[in-house]
Design a protein around this ligand. Sequence first.
Ligand SMILES: [Zn+2]
Length: 441
Amino acid sequence: MPNDSPTDELVIRNGRVLDPASGRDEMADVLVRNGRVEAIAPELDSQATETIDARGCLVAPGLVDPHVHLREPGGEDKETIATGTRAAIAGGFTTVCCMPNTAPTLDSVQALEFVHSRAEDSAACRVFVVAAATLGRQGEQIAPIDSLLRAGAVGISDDGDVVASPRMMRQVLACCAQHDAVFMQHAQEPSLTEGASMNAGVTATKLGLRGWPKIAEELIVERDIRLLGETGGRYHVQHVSSGTTVELIRNARASGLQVSGEASPHHLLLDDRACEGYDTMAKMNPPLRSEADIHALRQGVADGTITVLATDHAPHTLEEKALDFESAPFGIVGLECALALYAKALIDTGLIDWPRLIELLSIEPARLVGLADQGVGRLEVGLPADITIIDPDCAWTIRRDDFVGKGRNCPFEGWAVKGRAVNTLIEGTPMPAGAANSILK
Ligand SMILES: [Zn+2]
């Protein structure tokens, strides 16, 4: 992310400055010089050439999404590093971690270097790689995890697929533990989900679709927690969909294990009835569950069991999503509407407040992927000025045709929401939604 021509001096005035990592929450100005935060104080005296008026807004650390699919290499018709990171900027995210289920798989140092160099050339925000746990994500041979981590991978996952074999899982966990790297599990016991395309329940029966039971997720998480007890290290459950999984994570954390979980906007807001009419926009992996699961997931966020929010941004073409329900691919896009949807699920319901939401979207995911020490997810004097300015009262309507990313696969079309990133800065440079890449070149 070179920034050869940073704004010399920029002052963000009159905002509510939040930095959950340090507990800062005050009305103040933020002075940025040469891409770094120079000062934070009320009514700063500055001759800055550029001013942003943040009255009525939150001035927060740049948001971090630890789970996105940028589809490059191999899926450029769905998304690219260039378009996916523009979607991130539009949604207020300054750092994203991309998953390894590309073609080829991100399971080699060369593949990682490819993504890093493409990001250097074309990304609008910071991109880090979560590398594969096994070669080709086939679950049979362990990937060169040591080298992948040395080459800059920030986590290990076979996302898109589970690491199914307990023997392999133990080996991967042990290897991650040696490096204090987080392992992120896509929890899906494959023998229970063959041919399934939505949650097992009344709606699936009504639609005549094969059901995907919650226990397919829970069994894997339960098994992994037991393995983690042997290996030690850090274990993270991706896109938690089942209320029982929340309970498993809660108990594991209480027993002192380093277990965490993430919630995605759709699992916090939609249940499996969204699949009625065979609506493929509601087809995702793991599938949408029940109202009780939504409730348990929200409670898990409220009581600190679920500490990370992640979009699982999964772009597909409309042609693919136009296939019949069973043939269409799993997944929806998330980056551009996530912030408002989290606010709807968690703030409008009184479960958490804005500072906590920002924490779940900045320092918590930064810690998860080991980037907090590098200043990611924090807004402090001396650190790179990756800043997201949020208008919490901005009312708007989600229109997928307004998205700057390539994906239009979104089940929230037409939803009236509140809260929006109005300005996203990377190293002090404001990046308007859909900004030309040349700004950073
Ligand atoms: Zn996944």
